[in-house]
Each structure stands twice: as C-alpha cells, then as structure tokens.
Design a protein around this ligand. Sequence first.
Ligand SMILES: O=C(O)[C@H](CS(=O)(=O)O)OP(=O)(O)O
Ligand code: MG
Length: 245
Amino acid sequence: MRLRVDLLPHGNYPDVVLVIDVLRATTTAVTYLEHGAEALLLTATPEVALALRPELPEGESSPVVLGGERGGLPIPGFDFGNSPVEAAAQNFTGKTVVMNTTNGTGAAHTAAQTGKHVFLAALVNAHAAARRARATATEEIAIVCAGTDEHVGLEDVYAAGVIAEYLLAMGEFSIDDGARIALTLRRNSGNPIEALGGSGHGERLNSLGLGEDVRYAAQLSTSTLVPTLVGGEDVPGGTLKFIAG
Ligand SMILES: O=C(O)[C@H](CS(=O)(=O)O)OP(=O)(O)O
Ligand SMILES: [Mg+2]
C-alpha cells in the first residue's frame, strides 16, 4: 500500500483521498455534521451556493443554509462564516449546509475529479479518517493538503503528519517524500495548538480575532465522524455532496 502526501492539491488520485484544510474548512465541515447537518454541499463558487437557497414564504425556516468565507470573513448573503466555533453553537438537524471557502472546498473539487473515495479530514477527526482510509484503500492513500492561496500551509502538513503517523501504526506502507516531510514536521512542531498557532494562517486568524477557531481546530481526534463524498442524481451541478460516515 502506498501513502502519499501532496503539500498542495494536484495530480491524479487513483484510490482514496483525504482532503485536509484544518484552518478551517474541513474542521468546520466535521462540526456541521457533528451538530446534526444531514448533508454538506461543497460548491465550486459562491454564486453556485447562493443559487441553491430556496425561495420560501416569509418566516419559513429554510432547510438549506449557507456557510463560507472570503479573506477569512463571512460572504455577504451567507448565513454563516467558516467558523467551527460558530457551527458548534448551532443545531443543524435536518439541514443541508452549502459551503464555499477560499481553499478547502476547491481542494475537495480537485480531489473529486479523479479520486475513487474522497473523505474530509482534520485534526478533530484524524484517527477516524485514518481508520476509514485504511479500511477503504486497495492501492494508495493520498493525503491532500489544501494550503492557502496556492501556498503550502504548515497547519495542513502538520495534520497530514498526524494522520500519516496513525496510518503507519496500522500497517505497512511505502511512503513518498511528501509523507516524510509531513512526518518530520509533526515530530518537530510540538503539540497541535503550538503548531497551528505558529502557522502563518493561525497567526492571521488570531489577528482577525478568530483565535478560538484555531484552538478548536487543534483538538485531536475528538470526533469519529468522517465526511464522505457520495454521488447520486439529487446532487446539484457544481457541488459535491458529503454525508456523515
Ligand atoms: O476561512 C479560512 O480560514 C480560510 C480562508 S483565508 O485563508 O483566511 O482566506 O479558508 P479555507 O478554505 O478554510 O482555508
Ligand atoms: Mg485553510
């Protein structure tokens, strides 16, 4: 079995893909599902997301809510930002959450172009994601780091190293240099809060007053839920549907 870590999304994915965007899209995605969401629709653009909101009579609560950000801040017309702390304070039972973010949702779309099995991973579900990947893969597990604006993100590579460590404890793998880099970073960057807080994006979120999100995202394996890409005729064009797995 091969284990590969892509420091940024690219290339062909023949088998299992774990998409990581610790700060903050995949952490928030896990949180929406933890808090009752029936499904997540990750859109290619904010416009696709806005078009999915149904027209409803005044006062009627929508079964579809929108979450996402640009520049770290909520997108105008959306109901929520991209904050796991905000998501954790809500009940999404019966709701579909439509998400669009700068990096994470695009990385999922890149992975889904070729990946046979696509899952969303973060530190909060790292162990469950590793177990699911190991149980599903037949030839390769690719851990794909979303990064920030096409630049490598320390937080994503650190999380890839955490997941790679779990995987190596589960069986034999031949690993690539991306995995070696991720493992080295994991072993030399301290605990998750030190690693995330010391990343460029962690510092930026702190400066935006979003440090609680960084601390939330640094929790390790607190969720057993793995967002899982599913197909079907009901999936709107330009979206990827993930359900709790
Ligand atoms: O919301 C985030 O943390 C980032 C956006 S940015 O890097 O602050 O512009 O989005 P994500 O897609 O979760 O990396
Ligand atoms: Mg990110």
